[in-house]
Design a protein around this ligand. Structure first.
Ligand SMILES: Cc1ncc(COP(=O)(O)O)c(C=O)c1O
Length: 396
């Protein structure tokens, strides 16, 4: 008789964890109000404008420019910094492709830095090794919502005269060294795509640290228009990245709920860190002491197969999923090994051991929404992992 669910045994957990997105009558009523107002675009209504102010204020800033996606926000930010052909931009090797592709669009080249084994955020030492006289930009991704080591990154950037952009796609309301993300660089794009902790299906925002940059960024999101000029006057070769009022209305409702959810996720993540650390071979990512808030967009633990009879991460994940735990493998390749990056690694394939190991052997991702569940629900994750460990022979 088999015990593990993957072999036909009983599942650890039959019940689903909290799904995503969440909404209530607030979203429903606001959508109807926008519909009936006839003001569907952000140039006509005040939903997006109000959301921009509310979101910026939540990060102790005054200016946010809503855009169609974080990808769009990053493209605008690279251009606003002035990245041009011949320049180099450094990105972490363990990130989503959108952090890097705008460099190619600007005619620049991408250089990759490894990440820290404790947090999977960009490693300042690896970053500094990649700097050449062509380096013009560092992309500091606040991976999984945990702010990167911005004090060291900004010190390095200043020393070499390089600009920094925070890729805050996953880091709504995250805080380190007493400051919210968005306060460590001139521009910080965030994502509101479907999987994100605040979502309107698609969408994004660029937080702008210096209010004097607002007009430039607004123009870059709005076909190169200027505030006081005619509708058909264009001062920059820019696209239309505007949001709809429907998205603005949803985002305002999502934002109202967010502080409470952030708090619940923080508690859930703290519980899981402690609970899963009790299992040999399972190491949750670290929570540095100088971090005051994390969005906990992804809860990640490191899997060590030597405590699981040598079975691969993929096989472990299949067994865990069969137990009713929706764990994910995350990024399957370091960014430099993605087929799309082939023309960026012409000087030889980098070898970044932490990113390699995270993808291939180690990183297991859990979505933010399950951190909204009770400790009793979350305890099932450890119970399922322990069950697999105790019955590992069934997988060999
Ligand atoms: C680190 C990072 N940067 C950028 C993006 C792009 O966001 P969007 O899907 O809104 O374009 C994502 C999306 O998952 C991301 O995780």
């Amino acid at each position: 008789m088999s015990t593990l669910a993957i072999n036909g045994g009983q599942k650890t957990r039959e019940k689903s964890f909290t799904g995503w997105p969440l909404w209530d009558d607030g979203e429903k009523n606001s959508l109807i109000n926008v519909l009936e107002s006839g003001k569907w675009g952000c140039l006509h209504g005040d939903q997006v404008t109000n959301f921009e102010k509310e979101f910026a204020s939540m990060h102790d800033l005054s200016v946010g420019v809503a855009v169609a996606s974080c990808d769009a926000g990053l493209r605008i930010a690279y251009k606003a910094i002035g990245i041009k052909p011949g320049d180099e931009a450094i990105v972490p090797a363990y990130t989503f492709i959108a952090s890097a592709v705008p460099a190619i669009d600007c005619g620049a080249k991408i250089k990759f830095a490894d990440v820290l084994p404790g947090t999977y955020n960009i490693d300042p030492a690896s970053l500094e090794e990649q700097i050449t006289e062509k380096t013009k930009l560092i992309i500091a991704v606040h991976f999984a919502g945990l702010p990167a080591r911005m004090e060291e990154i900004n010190r390095i950037a200043e020393k070499h005269g390089i600009a920094v952009i925070e890729d805050a796609a996953q880091a709504w309301g995250s805080k380190r060294y007493g400051k919210y993300v968005g306060n460590f660089s001139p521009f910080a794009p965030f994502s509101f795509q479907s999987s994100k902790n605040i979502t309107s299906g698609e969408g994004g925002i660029i937080l702008v640290r210096n209010p004097e940059d607002e007009d430039k960024i607004r123009s870059m999101a709005n076909n190169g228009r200027r505030k006081e000029a005619q509708w058909y006057e264009h001062f920059g070769q820019a696209g239309n990245y505007r949001l709809t009022e429907f998205q603005g209305a949803i985002l305002r409702n999502q934002l109202k709920r967010y502080p409470q959810q952030l708090d619940t996720r923080e508690k859930g993540a703290a519980f899981l860190r402690e609970n899963l650390s009790l299992i040999e071979g399972i190491t949750p990512l670290e929570r540095p002491g100088d971090v005051q808030a994390s969005s906990n967009h992804i809860f990640i633990f490191k899997y060590d197969k030597s405590h699981f009879g040598g079975i691969s991460k993929d096989k472990f994940l299949s067994a865990l999923q069969a137990e009713g735990i929706p764990a994910l493998t995350g990024y399957v390749l370091p960014l430099y090994k993605q087929p799309a990056m082939a023309d960026q690694v012409t000087g030889g394939m980098p070898d970044m051991p932490v990113s390699e190991k995270a993808c291939k052997e180690e990183a297991v991702w859990l979505r933010h929404s399950l951190l909204l569940d009770s400790e009793e629900d979350l305890a099932d994750i450890g119970i399922a992992i322990k069950k697999i460990q105790d019955n590992i022979k069934e997988l060999n």
